[in-house]
Design a binder for this molecule. Structure first.
Ligand code: NAP
Length: 296
């Protein structure tokens, strides 16, 4: 079997186009422009790339983008004061604090200082609790993107066996909650899971969110299963020239694609959906905060 490619890049372009169309309507009908504020502390190179990309795509869909760059040695009081100011700014409908923060800053404190109504990352404890109890909440962007692609591919997910490898608060746990919400039978695997390959092999849906390059080989995949690869890992690529690198996922793409029914590539799978979902969440919050009907 050769797996169908789940094209996250194309899917994300479609989501962004829909968001842009709603933004145009919001501006025309309500004089409302959604605004997303991103707070970056320090100079982590990967975070700088993400923040630049988020800002660019925010503007491209017609929203206002506010970037706040703070020095790496910024103290907690300054960061919390900025978050407080953004919480009460009516032009800001979404606030994202780029993680990881420098070691001297408490991430939980910063995230939980965000007004839950503007928490477009869905990491605030209130939103986590709402998701965990099956109530309407802000859903973290990466798992939301995975769910959108799974629903599009399968239609109903009801009754399918899903295995999520990884139990982080930003990917694994919310992904498992979303799959449970769609009536999958969900297993969460992690570094202490016994016989991981047997656990993965019984899944109709495998979501890999580990951070280990090409860890899941094709012979762990049940024939016909759907594989969502969240991992983004940079490895050496001497075949491309001296000192060159390339991005790979947590799944060994070639061997998995020979067995799976469908698979997301890396790059071009989950990654583009994450920012598209961030824009989707910001649009929804702008509508909710202003009492305008929320587009699905
Ligand atoms: P994380 O916080 O480091 O969590 C990794 C998880 O993998 C942990 O739960 C860990 O288990 C588990 N794990 C580690 N080694 C394992 C093993 N040998 N077998 C089974 N499980 C193992 O990572 P994360 O933030 O969830 O991110 C995971 C990956 O997704 C990374 O590559 C990251 O770059 C990528 N990512 C991509 C996007 C995107 O937009 N595409 C967004 C976020 C993250 P324990 O809990 O037992 O330690």
């Amino acid at each position: 079997m050769t797996a169908q490619l789940i094209d996250g890049k194309a899917f994300a372009a479609n989501v962004r186009a829909q968001v842009a169309a709603h933004v145009t309507t919001l501006k025309a009908d309500h004089g409302l422009t959604p605004g997303l504020a991103v707070v970056l502390v320090g100079e982590d190179p990967a975070s700088q790339v993400y923040v630049r990309s988020k800002g660019k795509q925010t503007v491209e869909v017609g929203m206002n983008s506010y970037e706040h760059k703070l020095d790496a040695d910024t103290d907690e009081g300054t960061l919390l004061a900025l978050i407080d100011q953004l919480n009460s700014d009516p032009a800001v409908h979404g606030i994202l604090v780029q993680l990881p923060l420098p070691d001297h800053l408490n991430e939980d404190l910063a995230i939980n200082a965000i007004d839950p109504a503007k928490d477009v990352d869905g990491f605030h404890i209130s939103n986590v609790g709402l998701l965990g109890t099956g109530q309407k909440s802000m859903v973290p962007c990466t798992p939301l993107g995975c769910l959108m692609m799974l629903r599009e591919h399968h239609g109903s997910l009801s009754g399918l066996d899903a295995v999520v490898v990884g139990r982080s608060n930003i990917v694994g746990k919310p992904m498992a909650q979303l799959l449970l919400g769609d009536s999958c039978t969900v297993t969460i695997a992690h570094s202490r899971t016994k016989d991981l390959e047997d656990v993965v092999r019984r899944a109709d849906i495998v979501v890999a969110a580990v951070g280990r390059p090409q860890m899941v080989p094709g012979d762990w995949i049940k024939p016909g299963a759907t594989v969502i690869d969240v991992g983004i890992n940079r490895i050496d690529a001497p075949e491309r020239g001296e000192g060159k690198t390339r991005l790979v996922g947590d799944v060994d793409y070639d061997s998995a694609a020979a067995v799976a029914g469908a698979i997301t590539p890396v790059p071009g799978g989950v990654g583009p959906m994450t920012i598209a979902c961030l824009l989707h969440n910001t649009l929804q919050q702008a509508c909710r905060i202003n009492g305008v009907e929320i587009p699905e």
